[in-house]
Design a protein around this ligand. Sequence first.
Ligand SMILES: [Zn+2]
Length: 423
Amino acid sequence: MNAYNKSPNSLRLHVARWVVPVSRPPIENGAIATFEGKILGVGPASELRASYPGEIKDYGDSILCPALINTHSHLELSPLKRRLSPGGSFVDWVRALIENRDLIRPEEWEPAIYQAIKEMQENGIIAVGDVGNLDIIPLFSSRKDGAWPFRGVFFQELVCPIPNGAEEEIPLSAPFVNGKITEPMDIWSPSFHYAFSAHAPYSVAPQILKTIKAWDQSHGMPFPIHVAESEEEIEFLQGGQGPLRELLKEKGHWPLNYDIPKASPVRYLETLGLLDRHTVCVHCVQVDRDDISILAKTGAGVCLCPRSNIFLGVGVPPVEELHASGIPLALGTDSLASNDRLSIFAEMASLSKLAPGLPPEAIFRAGTYGGAKALGISEELGSLASGKAATFLALESGPIGNKDILEFLVHEGYKELGNLVIG
Ligand SMILES: [Zn+2]
């Protein structure tokens, strides 16, 4: 991918057959005026030429649109690409993931993560909400060699077995000291933040879920958590039975004194007071009408990972209903342990097949503005508007009609490796 970054301090007018700002309808023969790394204006080229008499960069039959946001990834799992097979049960996959993760050789991390970063960049991704249990990605992102290109947030994920009894017996993960999360180390760049996430409602004790949420909240950070990904999760939270119970027992985490929530994952999180507009519920495949109304009422967002859901065979999220209820949607690739690509354009194409009733505008919005909003970076990224970062994608489209522009992005975007433009 080539970055257009010549004399970034000059006033420049980027002109193309189509500009798709996301915050407003597509503009035919549109333009983006940029100056000193910021967007000054977006509109018809004829109007902007008069207001911003700068250097003109003409992209011809191209689409200029926001760079994409991968709201949910696990880059540290990149060495597992094509090592796990699709189609088994969810719990079998978790078991295989744990086993294979332990088999990763130290020398495998770096090339696999470099390759994963490159793939995301080539597919127009500018920011990530990356989740991990190790310090590999925080260390990667703090390197001074320019290897880390993304903005967004790294979430240190906590998997804390549900307690057997006394709170102090909880085997806590590294960032915890006496049941409280410690402050993260100061090793990241100013545009890449650090926060905490909880793995899932079934794998983290309720008190710890609350502590993580409270830390994220007090630091102005979003709180992501895998929610309602599989039928097995529903079975366990509703009745304490099923293959997840077996897995917890197998790992020595079976909670003797655990109060089964007897509720859906969404209702359980609501009961704990964890749902608000800064909570990002990842997956939400197995949600019913009640769950959808709770999500809508609390303002919690949903990050869809359609290709991961297909890989794992966990079902199809009720996307049209989520959208119709006004729930903010974002898109994520999840990891290369449950996906063979790290492309938000590919997620868009898959989502449109899974949810044919969802308008292409909503799908494209989920992969751009929806993701930026979910990660708390929408003042800078996610749409093209004055004051935002002058960073966008230029995709060659050839001649294309007005009504097809968003269809083209959603269905064909993954075929066009656009250039990331830094104006
Ligand atoms: Zn995940």
